[in-house]
Design a protein around this ligand. Structure first.
Ligand code: GLN
Length: 450
């Protein structure tokens, strides 16, 4: 049924870069065979899932929506997809994204533009736009995305689904193509909080193959969900004052204020919290992320992976031609910014400064979490915009990440859940942010809210 739905909708949506129908049927049949044999089946047995195309899948192309990885077929499996397959999940395809996950609209993909299922003229958000659109349009039940500065939460908000970015280190990055390694984190999309909680439970956990992986016990997120918010002590929720400033769409503001009222009605105690250094998150991120990206992307030289420009006269010109033809404009922009920020003489002024700002933002969060259990903000200041509307102006595109980026800089967990619609019927997202490893609480509050 899912594959049929994909065939019907894909000509309009373009959520997938590659539909893995044969593999999906094979995996589904394997589950059937287990059931017939009376064997135990996994937690995700038979569940159709879309995987963002920056996670390596053995024997299946992994392009990162870049020309430079065209025809790249990984010889190994990423830890997350291996865990999905071990749990019996059925992968229906590799989802579209912004090239190397750099973007907020999925428009920087070298291959196709994904449409927002709520309005086909609009973007699904990014960079995990294919994953979010697939879940919203029921082309899969759940999906995996990656979030470096908001790439799960923003598209979840634009497409009216649930998306969670876990604590840095909770989910293994082994086999996730690196964008900015100190920020990248894989997480789940679902149409409900429960689906997202089940999926996170399946992919979280220590992995010796990722040196930043946390060795902590993983709670049963789905099991601890309750329809109400009535713990022994009242849950204290802080509203981040600085996210209600200039640039916030009034309908988004109204929806978030209604959501706060709803949380209060459920028994939460709401207070306003100030995170004064929050606003420096965006500039710090757009130094740190491109810097790390420029180093990570140095490996694409036409020798080791994917595409090689045919007409190089010697080694250097082959490198140059491969990289100029293989990377799109946004990726080149990031490489140039990053290389500049890391260069001798500028390193202290830009990269080191940005890292110091990162510490200050962490401090703001620490102070906030001394007073409240959770923080709340809009996920994005706006709802889904029209395709092409921001492509000429990178800075206005970067602004969509204003509220999600500080969470990555501090390595915290954040979830976006639907909280209403604007006057055009486009979904609005509410962001809940927890302290390190408070995923369980985030899911509980989100579930009670839902
Ligand atoms: N929009 C942000 C960027 O372009 C975030 C992307 C992401 O989280 N992968 O860097």
């Amino acid at each position: 049924e899912t594959l049929d739905r994909i065939s019907t909708l894909e000509p309009k949506l373009h959520s997938f870069l590659c539909v893995t129908a044969d593999r999906a049927l094979e995996q589904a049949k394997a589950v059937d065979a287990k059931i017939a044999a009376g064997e135990e089946i996994g937690l995700l047995a038979g569940i159709p899932i879309a995987v963002k195309d920056n996670m390596c899948t053995q024997g299946i192309p992994t392009t990162c929506a870049s020309r430079i990885l065209k025809d790249f077929v990984p010889p190994y499996e990423s830890t997350v997809t291996q865990k999905l397959f071990d749990a019996g999940a059925v992968m229906v395809g590799k989802a579209n994204l912004d090239e190397f996950a750099m973007g907020s609209s999925t428009e920087t993909s070298a291959y196709q533009v994904t449409a927002n299922p709520w309005d086909l003229e609009r973007v699904p958000g990014g960079s995990s736009g294919g994953s979010a659109a697939a879940v919203a349009a029921q082309e899969s039940v759940v999906a995996l995305g990656s979030d470096t500065g908001g790439s799960i939460r923003l598209p979840a908000s634009f497409c009216g689904v649930v998306g969670m970015k876990p604590t840095y280190g909770l989910v293994s990055r082994y086999g996730l193509v690196a964008y900015a390694s100190s920020l990248d984190q894989i997480g789940p999309f679902g149409r409900t909080v429960e689906d997202a909680a089940i999926l996170l439970g399946a992919i979280a956990g220590y992995d010796p193959k990722d040196s930043t992986s946390l060795n902590v016990p993983i709670p049963d997120y789905a099991k601890s969900l309750r329809p109400d918010l009535k713990p022994k002590s009242r849950i204290r929720i802080g509203v981040i004052k600085e996210t209600f400033g200039e640039g916030l769409d009034p309908t988004v503001e109204e929806a978030v204020k209604n959501a706060l009222q709803h949380l209060q009605d459920l028994g939460a105690e709401i207070q306003v919290i100030s995170c004064p250094r929050f606003r420096y998150g965006l500039p710090a991120y757009y130094v740190i992320a491109p810097s790390e990206a420029s180093a990570n992307l140095a490996r694409y030289d036409g020798v080791k992976y994917g595409f090689r420009a045919p007409e190089g006269e010697n080694l250097l010109s082959m490198y140059e031609k491969t990289r100029s033809q293989g990377f799109g404009p946004e990726v080149k922009r990031r490489i140039m910014i990053g290389t500049y920020a890391l260069s001798a003489g500028y390193y202290d002024a830009y990269y080191l400064k940005a890292q110091k700002v990162r510490t200050l933002i962490k401090e703001d969060f620490e102070k906030a979490f001394a007073q409240v259990d959770l923080l709340v903000s809009p996920t994005a200041p706006i709802t889904a915009f029209k395709a092409g509307e921001k492509t000429e102006d990178p800075l206005s595109m970067y602004l969509t990440d204003l509220m999600t980026i500080p969470v990555n800089l501090a390595g915290l967990p954040g979830i976006s859940i639907p909280c209403g619609f604007d006057e055009q019927g486009l979904p609005i997202g509410l962001q809940l942010v927890g302290n390190v490893l408070r995923e369980e609480l985030l899911f509980q509050v989100a579930y009670a809210y839902e």
